[in-house]
Each structure stands twice: as structure tokens, then as C-alpha cells.
Design a protein around this ligand. Structure first.
Ligand code: ATP
Length: 366
């Protein structure tokens, strides 16, 4: 059963490389048995943060607490953590059983017990009886499960995963997202997973931290990260978005009227940003928040006439690009089955969206 006590706490964690700050005062807690992802672009400091948790790198300052104990000064092999690397790092010359039993042998566990525990853990990852096979006799997905088994046999409190799906092809990656999530639930172990792939983070995690320039911009559920991004960076990095630079032309409580650079008038309901008339703002709007309306509904909220510029079939949805009279493009995600299933380039349409669907932030200083 999962309890609500955090397995991992990072307090004011900082890592400097000479005068460059790679991890900048990070604070977070990960509840026992949960799946926590750290999502951010290349170079934002994810690996450095994970390596500090693993003990491969010492923090410049701050504290790191696992199961109530500070890990500062504790060697990697003395920490109750285990790590899965992008390239899995299975030993090609050892069979699967020896690979999985490696850590137990190093700990001096008796042979018979190793055999039993290896057998059990392979069964739990859905690979019973593969002990005598070689690594190259397994598929990419099976190797992934062996890598997890090799860690889980050591019963870590926290499993650290460093982009473990990065080297897989797209189809296997999609499949392994679901597998990893169900393995995490099966073992009820705390997973800390780093990735630059937002769909991995959104699909698997209980909580996601979005990292940028060494800081966490937001920590929240996938739903909140996607639908209620706290910052312009999160809104732009997670999921697809239409992005407008605009100036606030009127403020009425939380309701703002803005004019985009090309002259598009927009009404936005903004609770997160304190903006005043004349301020510059960034407005983000998800393609799935935009509707195509019957042409006669031109008085609807944020209604704007346009012409279909392109239709990209994407399985269950189509991504339609609509160009308005000023030449500004709007990406619209439409279900395949709706009234507009047969849209073509050149069709006249009316787009609209509710003021509460947009996110609005003060423009970043140049
Ligand atoms: P990626 O996804 O590309 O691995 P990342 O988010 O994991 O990126 P880090 O590898 O943690 O980022 O690197 C963060 C920053 O710290 C980068 O600018 C990197 O150049 C710098 N950095 C990392 N390790 C060192 C080091 N040992 N010495 C100096 N700078 C370093």
C-alpha cells in the first residue's frame, strides 16, 4: 500500500560547475510509491539533478533526504536507490540470470537465495524462465524489463530512470510507456524519471516537474501541467500551442481584451497573471480548445473568419491550419468524426474559442 510520506525530499538543492549554476535551488518531495517525472529541454540540468540523487555527484549546497535520512556524504552504493540508464548497461557476456543477480552477488547474498530472488523478479516483470538466455536473444522491450528486474531485485526505495526509452524506436517506446507505468504500480516503488519527451512524462507520471535553466517552473499532475501551466515556458513546452504576442487593450476584472501584433482582437479570462492595460503579453491556446463554428455564428466569443490552409490527418484527429484575413495562422485539432470531417484547403471557416481556454502571461523581457 502506498502511504503519503515522501520517499525523497530535495531541499534548496544547488549544483554549481565553476561559476555556472546547473541546478538552481530546487525543492520537491516525492510521495512513496509514486511516479515522478522531471521534464525539460536538453541542458536544463535534469541529469545533474538525477546524478546528485544517485550520489554520483555532490550538491554544492542543500539537502537530499531519502526515507527520512540525509544522503549528503553517503556513497552511491550505500543509498537505497538504483538507476536504469538510457543504454540499460546489461552485460553482454553474462546470461540474463547472472545480469539480474549481479548486485546480489556483489552484496554477498548466498547462491541459492540469489537463484530464488532472480527467478521471482523475472516472473514479476513478465519474463519467467529466461535466466539462461543471452542478452542478444531478447527483444528491446524484454531487455528493458531485464534492466528493471536487475534494479528491483535489490529492492530499492527509489528507482531512478535516465531517459530509458530514448534509444528505442517509436512503436516500442509507445508500448514501453504503458509497461513501465504498470511495472511501477506492480512493484509500488517510487520512480523518478527524467525525460525531454513531454508525452512520456504526461502518460506515465503521477506528478511532473517541468525544469528550465536549472529551476523547476512547475510541479503538478499531468492534467494541471497541461491545462493550467503556471508559466509561459510550461505553456509553450508541454503540448502543442498557438502562441501570440499581444498587448492588453482593456482590463475588466480577470477578463482581458488583447490585440495581437497582427491586429487580432482576443478576449481572455486570466487568473494567473496580473496584467494592466498597455502591458505586453504572451497568449497560449491549445489546438483542441479551438472550435470550428457555423459561419453564421460570427458573434460568438473570439470568432474569427478564415480559410483552411492545410489539413493534416493524424489518426483520431486532424490538425487543421486556418489562415485569417491578416495572414495569421491558427492550429485547430478536430476529431475525425465531426461535422468538419471533409474539410479541404481553401474552405471558408469560422474559428472560435472561449476566453477561459487561453492562458495569458506577461511577455518575457527581451
Ligand atoms: P540532456 O538532456 O542534454 O542530458 P540535461 O537537462 O540532463 O541535458 P545536464 O546534463 O544536467 O542537462 O547539464 C546541465 C548543464 O550543466 C549543461 O549546461 C551542461 O553543460 C552543464 N554541465 C553538466 N555537467 C557538467 C560538468 N561536469 N562540468 C561543467 N558543466 C557541466
Amino acid at each position: 500500500m502506498s502511504d503519503s510520506h515522501p520517499d525523497l525530499i530535495c531541499r534548496d538543492l544547488v549544483k554549481n560547475f565553476a561559476d555556472f549554476r546547473a541546478v538552481d535551488n530546487i525543492n520537491f518531495e516525492v510521495p512513496q510509491g509514486s511516479f515522478f517525472s522531471i521534464l525539460g529541454p536538453s541542458g536544463c540540468g535534469k541529469t545533474t539533478l538525477l546524478r546528485m540523487i544517485a550520489g554520483f555527484q555532490a550538491p554544492s549546497s542543500g539537502d537530499l533526504i531519502i526515507k527520512g535520512k540525509s544522503m549528503i556524504g553517503v556513497a552511491p552504493n550505500k543509498r537505497p536507490v538504483s538507476m536504469v540508464f538510457q543504454h540499460l548497461a546489461l552485460f553482454p557476456t553474462m546470461n540474463i540470470g547472472d545480469n539480474v543477480g549481479f548486485g546480489l552477488r556483489q552484496r554477498g547474498v548466498a547462491k541459492a537465495q540469489i537463484k530464488q530472488r532472480v527467478g521471482e523478479v523475472l516472473e514479476r516483470v513478465g519474463l519467467p524462465g529466461v535466466e539462461n538466455r543471452n542478452v542478444d536473444q531478447l527483444s528491446g522491450g524484454q531487455r528493458q524489463r531485464v534492466a528493471i528486474a536487475r534494479c528491483m531485485v535489490l529492492e530499492p526505495d527509489v528507482l531512478l530512470l535516465d531517459e530509458p526509452l530514448g534509444a528505442l524506436d517509436l512503436k516500442l517506446r509507445e508500448h514501453m510507456k504503458i509497461e513501465l507505468k504498470s511495472l511501477q504500480a506492480e512493484f509500488n516503488t517510487t520512480f523518478v524519471y527524467i525525460t525531454h519527451d513531454q508525452s512520456e512524462a504526461l502518460v506515465m507520471s503521477d506528478n511532473v516537474a517541468v525544469m528550465n535553466h536549472g529551476k523547476f517552473e512547475q510541479v503538478g499532475t499531468p492534467y494541471d501541467i497541461y491545462h493550467k501551466p503556471n508559466t509561459a515556458f510550461v505553456a509553450g513546452f508541454v503540448g502543442e500551442a498557438n502562441e501570440f504576442s499581444a498587448r492588453v487593450s482593456a482590463v475588466n476584472g480577470t477578463r482581458l481584451t488583447l490585440t495581437s501584433q497582427s491586429g487580432r482582437e482576443m478576449t481572455v479570462e486570466s487568473t494567473e497573471a496580473l496584467l494592466r492595460q498597455g502591458d505586453n503579453a504572451q497568449v497560449y491556446l491549445r489546438p483542441d480548445a479551438i472550435e470550428l463554428l457555423p459561419l453564421e455564428n460570427s458573434n460568438s466569443e473570439n470568432a474569427s473568419p478564415g480559410v483552411v490552409d492545410s489539413v493534416l490527418f493524424n489518426g483520431a484527429n486532424s490538425l487543421v491550419t486556418v489562415k485569417d484575413s491578416r495572414g495569421e495562422l491558427l492550429k485547430v485539432a478536430l476529431p475525425q468524426t465531426g461535422d468538419f470531417a471533409n474539410l479541404r484547403r481553401g474552405d471558408k471557416v469560422l474559428t472560435g474559442w472561449q476566453a477561459s481556454q487561453a492562458r495569458c502571461y506577461p511577455a518575457e523581457e527581451a
